[in-house]
Write a protein that binds this ligand. Structure first.
Ligand SMILES: [Zn+2]
Length: 536
């Protein structure tokens, strides 16, 4: 098995997974195929540039055992790409009992020639309480351990499933245990309930609990990902593959998927899509088609939308704009926004995997933007930014109107009126307030992305963001004096408190409101202060 990562953004990656029937580019969506009820034909799915599908081994075992064994699963369902088979755990969850053993199900998946196969896991999602969920985890782990001696072929990629959802602590311990076993891929199960109830915040905790405890170099699959509006969230957390039956299930209920939600076909006057189905029909025409035909057409559209979102995510990773896509999608539904806000809490962890330099500027849209990994990383770096020995005065400057701040007209006016010898200037460190990054020391402003970003700096919470960064900077460095132009009484009081705690002298300066006079006065005042603190 080889899994080669080509590009990264956040915890998302573009990778190539090698299987015995060919390669899959990740992130990949695997449409779920019911071999006994084909809503969209596997050959059409293949034409939609889909490299891999997933089907249920249990259904194949029950309904077409001989055909699947004789011809192999690829020919039996008519798909010449990569075929993943699921063990049937989901059926177990629905019906509560299973009349085949893990040994049978492993043997069958080997006999039908699955490319990627799953051991028999016991879903914790169907458990009535935590005790039952714990039992499901124990049984899954026991099956996982036994599976190695039950296998006969060594050309199939085997998946180690992580159970324990919706309890993040249980997911964490299950992932840690199964992660020690040499599976080719890992999968996160029992999240369908979370998706159906739009509990994207808990979903984030569950997926992150698994991801933080699984081997980093192995691909991770998410079972039952569902709606395309949450694919980017899953990929940002490091999910490489996901399957979805939603395209077909929604179609059965006459539901039309968009990237922002779902609508009933009968509510639509226009199709906001240019897939072949939406070009051929109007909603009114599609409603007149026989039920079965309508379901097929709707499922085809739903699949087009889902697959096109995967392409959009791949492009966003290539551009380093996955966070921007996440913020856009999170505006589709308040529950998704809640999911993104929960993801913000993992920003320091995500920052460890995201590239520190990107091809393009980063974009700031709103309060979630200032919690993106690049900002978190910058704030972390600020704490350990070396301070030259000769520096003992910190000057906190207001945010200039243009970037880079050190070349702004405001900074030039200040420089003109400051007019002090180099030997004195060396004692001062200038830092700019920044609505996006909290605080930017002048000497690092050229480091990506401190000057390579676009956005509206009047983001809510920006003032608080600046104060937090300023206080943390003062706490982690040793200055003798801090000079602070008065801007906001409430926020300035917090900086005063930080200086008091650290035992640093603080001088607050009252400045005029007009730009030119303000920055000129600022330079003159700093000059006076420097004269009185270091005469000569
Ligand atoms: Zn369409």
């Amino acid at each position: 098995m080889s899994f080669e990562v080509r590009e990264r953004d956040l915890m998302g990656k573009i990778g190539v997974l090698e299987t015995r029937s060919g390669r899959i580019t990740t992130p990949a969506l695997l449409p779920v195929i019911n071999p006994t009820r084909l809503v969209v034909s596997p050959s059409l799915i293949r034409k939609m540039n889909c490299e891999c599908i997933i089907t249920n081994a249990m259904i194949a075992l029950k309904r077409l055992p001989d055909e699947a064994k004789l011809k192999g699963i690829h020919e039996a369902i008519g798909f010449d790409g990569v075929v993943m088979t699921d063990s049937g755990a989901y059926q177990f969850m629905i019906y509560g009992k299973l009349d085949v053993s893990q040994e049978d199900i492993i043997r069958f998946q080997e006999e039908i020639g699955s490319d990627i196969a799953v051991i028999l896991d016991v879903p914790s999602g169907g458990a009535k309480n935590k005790v039952e969920a714990e039992r499901a985890v124990r049984e899954t782990l026991s099956n996982a351990e036994k599976s190695f001696s039950q296998r006969r072929r060594n050309d199939i990629l085997w998946v180690g499933p992580v159970q324990g959802s919706p309890y993040p602590d249980m997911v964490k311990s299950c992932a840690a245990e199964i992660g020690k076993m040499p599976f080719d891929l890992y999968a996160i199960g029992s999240v369908v309930h979370l998706m159906e109830s739009y509990s994207f915040d808990i979903l984030v905790d569950v997926v992150m609990a698994a991801k933080q405890n699984l081997p980093l170099e192995k691909p991770v699959h998410l079972f039952g990902a569902g709606h395309p509006m949450m694919f980017s969230l899953a990929v940002a957390m490091g999910v490489d593959m996901f399957d979805s039956a939603a395209y077909a299930l929604y179609a059965r209920d006459e539901r039309y998927m968009t990237l922002h939600g779902t609508q009933n076909l009968s509510e639509l006057k226009y199709f906001p899509c240019s897939c072949p189905v939406c070009l051929e029909y109007t909603p009114q025409e599609l409603l007149k088609e026989p039920k079965e035909e309508r379901e097929k057409k709707l499922a085809t559209h739903n699949l087009y939308v889902s697959l096109s979102e995967v392409q959009a995510i791949r492009q966003a990773i290539t551009d380093g704009r996955l966070w921007e896509l996440l913020e856009t999608r999170s505006r589709s539904h308040p529950s998704l926004l809640k999911g993104l806000r929960r993801l913000c809490e993992y920003s320091p962890y995500i920052a460890r995997f995201s590239p520190s330099v990107k091809k393009r500027a980063i974009l700031f849209f709103g309060p979630e933007s200032i919690r993106r990994p690049e900002v978190t990383l910058h704030l972390e770096k600020l704490k350990t930014l070396p301070k030259p020995d000769e520096v003992d005065v910190l000057v906190i400057l207001p945010e200039p109107s243009s970037r880079p701040f050190y070349r702004s007209k405001e900074r030039k006016i200040l420089e003109g009126s400051l007019n002090i010898p180099e030997s004195v200037k060396k004692k001062i460190q200038f830092v700019f307030k920044s609505g996006f990054f909290g605080l930017i020391p002048e000497e690092v402003e050229d480091v990506y992305p401190l000057s390579q970003h676009l956005g509206l700096s009047d983001i809510p919470y920006a003032k608080e963001h600046i104060t937090t960064a300023t206080c943390s900077f003062i706490e982690s460095h040793d200055y003798k004096l801090v000079i602070l132009p008065i801007e906001d009484n409430q926020e300035d009081a917090k900086i005063e408190e930080a200086c008091r705690k650290k035992g640093v002298k603080l001088v607050k300066i009252q400045l005029p409101g007009k730009m030119k006079r303000k920055w000129k006065k600022l330079g003159e005042t700093i000059k006076e202060i420097m004269k009185s603190t270091c005469p000569g």
